[in-house]
Design a protein around this ligand. Structure first.
Ligand SMILES: [Zn+2]
Ligand SMILES: [Zn+2]
Length: 183
């Protein structure tokens, strides 16, 4: 996941707004606010300009982060409007920090039908292919390294259904392993 790819997530409107915010804040800082402030008016002119150039980056980065959260939450199929509003309105950038802590994993593609599905899903909602190894007895996800299912205790080495990376799960194989109640 390169920085270039991540930058593509930011909507062009947010990038344009960030440039405008940067120029607007830099010009007003250097032309008006810094020369008039008691704390900074005694600084040499070069120092005032450098301060304005650095300080103006803060609101521009904030706009870029909000744009990133909008695009990123959208591609992760999260509630992107809510997260964008939280990023804008929760003070001290807490909405932004919370987003990066709580965001969902990126969606994955079903190896059988190609649908984009949530990474947390065990089966594809479009074609029912297993997206990860599952216990044949209780259908809960299991890991390759586990010898028993943590949910029902079945031996997983014999009972797991391979990830549908190459082929769709064979329904006959499923039938064959189902416990029989007919006696
Ligand atoms: Zn599928
Ligand atoms: Zn199980």
């Amino acid at each position: 996941m390169s920085l270039q790819n991540e930058m593509r997530v930011i909507p062009p409107v947010a990038k344009a707004l960030a440039v405008l915010a940067y120029l607007g804040v830099a010009i007003s800082l250097i032309a008006i606010l810094i020369p008039q402030s008691h704390n900074t008016s005694m600084m040499p002119k070069g120092g005032q300009i450098a301060l304005g150039i650095f300080a103006a980056a803060v609101p521009a980065i904030y706009v870029l982060l909000v744009g990133y959260i909008y695009g990123d939450a959208r591609r992760r199929r999260m509630r992107y409007i809510v997260w964008t509003l939280l990023a804008i309105f929760v003070p001290q950038a807490i909405g932004i920090i919370l987003y990066f802590i709580l965001r969902d994993s990126l969606p994955v593609f079903c190896p059988h039908c190609g649908a984009s599905v949530k990474a947390a899903f065990t089966f594809c909602p479009q074609c029912a292919a297993a997206l990860r190894p599952t216990c044949l007895q209780c259908k809960r996800p299991v890991e390759h390294t586990w010898s028993h299912c943590p949910n029902c205790g079945a031996v997983t080495s014999a009972a797991t259904q391979a990830t549908a990376s190459a082929a769709a799960p064979d329904p006959r194989a499923l039938e064959g392993n189902k416990p029989s109640f007919s006696g």
